[in-house]
Design a protein around this ligand. Structure first.
Ligand code: GDP
Ligand code: MG
Length: 445
């Protein structure tokens, strides 16, 4: 999806005439990208229609960058698609005899059991008294897996090695924890490798018996094509009210989430970002769409940088050109801008490589300090050093010592900064930024 949209936008940049035809071609490309990302035809058609009306060159005020307008409109549309228009059910604390019952459904391997435990731990941090029920009698070792997850998170759990009726286990589990005054009872169910009638019948019976307040459909971010049908099938057998997309830490961009939302008419509430208990994040539409649009993100980032550039003579200094060579000077401009733009997290998460280096979760303060340190070091570097394409080849030991002395930082700090620069340069070189720039240049010559 990301590359498709980016390619479409860059093609439009290359077009010489700022007219309807170029826009139409661009939107056709975008719609193909969306279709490839498994967004339903109807949704794509509606989205394109909306983007078209908001970015029509004849209605755009003069001086508005068309590429940017299209980018913005697509962003807005994708955000809109992820919003089913009604808020999800959220559990309320301490309901006494009427605890919240939440049932997790999804295919085998989608991440239900893991996510149940994460969800329980998340709510306990919020002051709930959660409990886990294992109603998966299909997979061998399912109860052991849940037990293990639950003990790790210190959440009470219920299950059986002998009972084979998942509906009975679910009801017994809910009863047990109701008596124990738990206020959030989470039921893990079984999946199948494929969508099978037996599975859906089981889900139907289970949800009829437990009368859950919320049924959460869990979907693996990487399943792509299958998300819509899968979500629809589950929605038919159980009253799905929310979606959790797992494995967002992998390569998948999560385009299937759009389909899951469309199929279930339910919002995404969390995303799973790892195998461990804390790796669950409340879903936030905008960063998600940024990620979904991939490279478009960097475009947005460059726009954002431009937005905050103040009108002073420092102007040039503050616009990092990410499409040229990534020199130390570029990195300095980047850090300078990042310091101005804030909130750090939002911006940095857009740049692959940079986020991990400067924004490690829970270490934002250290990230800030690191940036400051690097700025100090770079202030002691010569213009040649700052503008050299591959600074690590230029920076001999004597140069490093000189810079260290000049900036009052230890040698290892200078070395670390050079390493960091190398890493970011490498991350950026993997993106089609140069190609984009070349395309733009060839339009001008
Ligand atoms: P279930 O069959 O639906 O219950 O799925 P499981 O909870 O057993 O998960 C299947 C596999 O996916 C396990 O190896 C999990 O560790 C892994 N997994 C689940 N959620 C995530 C996630 O958000 N990120 C990553 N990397 N792995 C996950
Ligand atoms: Mg499981």
């Amino acid at each position: 999806l990301g590359e498709g949209i980016t390619a479409a936008l860059s093609r439009m940049c290359r077009a010489t005439v700022a007219d309807d035809a170029a826009l139409t071609t661009c939107l056709n490309d975008v719609s193909h990208a969306l279709l490839r990302a498994d967004v339903r035809f109807e949704a794509v058609r509606a989205a394109i229609h909306n983007v078209k009306s908001t970015t029509n060159p004849s209605t755009l005020p003069p001086g508005v960058d068309r590429r940017r307008a299209v980018h913005k409109a697509i962003f807005a549309e994708l955000c809109h698609m992820l919003d089913p228009g009604k808020p999800p059910f959220t559990p309320t604390k301490g309901k006494g005899n009427k605890p919240n019952v939440v049932v997790f459904v999804g295919l085998q391997g989608s991440g239900k059991t893991t996510t149940c435990a994460k969800y329980a731990a998340y709510h306990r941090r919020k002051g709930f008294a959660p409990a886990l029920v294992c109603a998966d009698t299909f997979r061998a070792g399912a109860f052991d897996q849940l037990k293990q997850n639950a003990s790790k998170a210190k959440i009470p759990f219920y299950g059986s090695y002998t009972e084979s009726d998942p509906v009975k286990i679910a009801m017994d589990g809910v009863d047990t924890f109701r008596k124990e005054k738990c206020d959030l009872i989470i039921v893990d169910t079984s999946g199948r490798h494929r969508q099978e009638d037996a599975l859906f019948e089981e889900m139907r019976q289970l949800s009829e018996a437990t009368k859950p307040d919320l049924v959460i459909f869990v979907v693996d971010a990487s399943i792509g094509q299958a998300a819509f049908d899968q979500a629809l099938a589950f929605k038919k057998s159980a009253p799905v009210g929310a979606v959790i997309v797992t494995k967002m830490d992998g390569h998948a961009k999560g385009g299937g989430a759009l389909s899951a939302v469309a199929a279930t008419r339910s919002p995404v509430i969390f995303i799973g970002t790892g195998e461990h208990i804390p790796d669950l994040e409340p879903f936030d539409v905008k960063p998600f769409v940024s990620r979904l649009m991939g490279m478009g993100d960097l475009r947005g980032l460059v726009d954002k940088f431009n937005d905050v550039v103040p009108d002073d003579d420092d102007n040039d200094e503050l616009v990092p050109d990410l499409t040229g060579d990534f020199t130390l000077k570029t990195m300095r401009q980047m850090l300078k801008s990042v310091q101005r733009v804030g909130p750090l997290g939002q911006v940095l998460s857009m740049i692959p490589g940079l986020s991990a280096q400067f924004m490690e979760k829970g270490k934002e303060k250290e990230g800030q300090a690191k940036m400051k340190r690097y700025m100090t070091i770079m202030a002691s570097m010569t213009r040649k050093e700052l503008e050299f394409t591959n600074p690590s080849t230029l920076m001999t030991e004597s140069r490093i010592v000189r810079v260290a002395r000049g900036s009052g930082r230890p040698v290892r700090d200078v070395a670390e900064m050079l390493e960091e620069h190398k890493r970011i340069a490498k991350a950026l070189s993997k993106l089609p930024l140069k190609k984009l720039a070349n395309n733009n240049n060839s339009r001008e010559t």
